[in-house]
Design a protein around this ligand. Structure first.
Ligand code: NAD
Length: 369
C-alpha cells in the first residue's frame, strides 16, 4: 500500500520494511537502480565501509519477486563484510543484484548503464563477477567505471582467483587437521571432494601431493576422468559422495549440502571446502555438526582466497602476496577452532565474533583524531 502522511513522507509498507531490514542488518546504504531505456532493474547494497570500500560481486538472477532480490543483496553484502574482516583485508562488504534472466536480458547497454550506477557511488562500492555475470559483462561495466575488480589479465586484472581460493581452503584444512588430530599432515587421510571445477581440481592436486586418499564426485564427467587419469584418485557417482568413508568432507560445488538429509550419513571429522553457504541453516546445522563431533571450518573464512585476490588487484596485484595472505587463513582458522572449543560454541559463531571484533577495533582507529 503506497501512501503519504501529512508531512508528505511515504508510508508505503515496502519502503518502511526496507529501512527496517537495513536497520536490522546494519546496512549503510542501499541504491535502487532502474533505467527504462535498457530495462535495467538493480539493487546495490553497501553494508559496511569501516575497513575500506565495499567489495562484492554482481549477481544476475531471475528473482521471483523484488523482495527476494532485496533479501538476497542485503544478506550477501553483509556476508562480504564478515568475509573481508576475517581475511584481514581493508575492505568493507557490498554486493549488487540485477533482476532478470542473464541468458536473454543481458547486453552491452544494460551492463554499461549498471556501470554508471556503480560509478555514481564514487568508489564506495567496487563490483566484480558473480552468478550470471561473466568477464565480458565486467568489461562493459569497466567502460563506465573504474570501480571493478576480478578483471581478466589482459585488462590489467588479476585473472582467475581459484588457485588462491584452493590454497586458502587447503590451509584451512591443515589447521583443522591439527586441531582434530594434533598434526596438520593430511597424509593417509580420506578426503571426499564434491565438485572438481576450478577450485576443487586444484585442491585435489594439493591433497594428492600430500598423499591423502582422495575420492571425488562431479556431475561433469570429463573433469572426473581427467583427475582419475592424472592422479589416480577414486571417483564415485555425485549422489554417492555422502556415503563414502571419509575423514574430511570438502564441498566445492553447491551450497547447503550440510543438511538434515546428509548429516546423518557423513562420517567425517572435518568439513572444509570452497562452496559458499555450506550449512543449510547456519544456526541449526552449525550446532548439529558440533554435537556430532565434526569440526566445521567456516566457509567464508576458508574460501576467502577469491576476495583476497580481488583486494590485491585493487591495491596493485602480486600473486605471491595474495597467496601469502591466503596462507594466513591457517592462523585465523586455528584461532577460531581454539576459541570455539574452549567456549564450547559452534565455529561459525567464533568466526562471526572475531570478524565483529576486528570491525570494532579498526573502526576505533579510524575515528577522527
Ligand atoms: P566451478 O563452476 O568451476 O566448479 C564447480 C564444480 O561443481 C563443477 O565442476 C560442477 O560440475 C560441479 N557440480 C555441480 N553440481 C554438482 C553436484 N551436484 N555434485 C557434484 N559436483 C557438482 O566453480 P568453482 O570456481 O570451482 O567454485 C566452487 C565453489 O566454491 C562454488 O560454490 C563457488 O561459489 C565457491 N567459491 C569459489 C571461489 C573461486 O575463487 N572460484 C571463491 C569463493 C567461493
Amino acid at each position: 500500500m503506497i501512501g503519504v502522511n501529512q508531512n508528505g513522507a511515504a508510508t508505503d509498507s515496502t519502503t518502511r520494511s526496507v529501512i527496517e531490514q537495513m536497520t536490522a542488518m546494519e546496512h549503510e546504504q542501499v541504491l535502487f537502480c532502474q533505467d527504462k531505456a535498457t530495462g535495467l532493474k538493480a539493487i546495490i547494497a553497501v553494508h559496511n565501509t569501516v575497513l575500506g570500500p565495499s567489495l562484492g560481486g554482481t549477481r544476475m538472477w531471475n528473482y521471483a519477486t523484488e523482495e527476494e532480490a532485496l533479501t538476497d543483496v542485503l544478506r550477501l553484502s553483509r556476508g562480504m563484510t564478515y568475509k573481508s574482516a576475517l581475511a584481514g583485508l581493508n575492505l568493507g562488504g557490498g554486493k549488487a543484484v540485477i533482476i532478470g534472466d542473464s541468458r536473454t536480458q543481458k547486453n552491452e547497454a544494460l551492463m554499461r548503464r549498471f556501470g554508471k550506477f556503480v560509478n555514481s557511488l564514487g568508489g564506495k562500492y567496487i563490483t566484480a563477477e558473480d552468478m550470471g555475470i561473466g568477464t565480458r559483462d565486467m568489461e562493459w561495466v569497466n567502460l563506465e567505471t573504474e570501480h571493478v575488480a576480478g578483471l581478466p589479465e589482459y585488462l590489467g586484472g588479476s585473472g582467475d582467483p581459484s588457485p588462491v581460493t584452493a590454497y586458502g581452503v587447503y590451509m584451512g584444512m591443515k589447521a583443522a587437521a591439527r586441531h582434530q588430530w594434533g598434526s596438520e599432515s593430511l597424509e593417509g587421510r580420506k578426503v571426499a571432494v564434491q565438485g572438481v571445477g576450478s577450485v576443487g581440481a586444484t585442491l585435489v592436486e594439493y591433497l594428492v601431493k600430500e598423499n591423502a586418499k582422495v575420492t571425488i564426485a562431479d556431475i561433469w564427467e570429463p573433469g572426473v576422468k581427467a583427475l582419475v587419469n592424472e592422479f589416480g584418485v577414486s571417483a564415485v557417482a555425485p549422489e554417492a559422495i555422502y556415503d563414502v568413508e571419509m575423514d574430511i568432507y570438502a564441498p566445492c560445488a553447491l551450497g547447503a549440502t550440510v543438511n538434515d538429509e546428509t548429516l546423518p550419513k557423513l562420517t567425517c571429522a572435518i568439513i572444509c571446502g570452497a562452496a559458499n553457504n555450506q550449512l543449510a541453516s547456519e544456526e541449526k546445522h552449525g550446532r548439529a555438526v558440533m554435537e556430532k563431533g565434526i569440526l566445521y571450518a567456516p566457509d567464508y573464512l576458508v574460501n576467502a582466497g577469491g576476495i583476497i585476490n580481488c583486494y590485491w588487484e585493487v591495491i596493485g596485484y602480486h600473486r605471491d602476496a595474495a597467496l601469502r595472505q591466503a596462507e594466513d587463513i591457517y592462523t585465523t582458522a586455528a584461532e577460531i577452532f581454539k576459541v570455539a572449543s574452549e567456549r564450547n560454541i559452534p565455529t561459525f559463531l567464533a568466526a562471526n565474533e572475531l570478524a565483529e571484533e576486528r570491525l570494532e577495533r579498526i573502526g576505533r582507529v579510524k575515528l577522527p583524531m
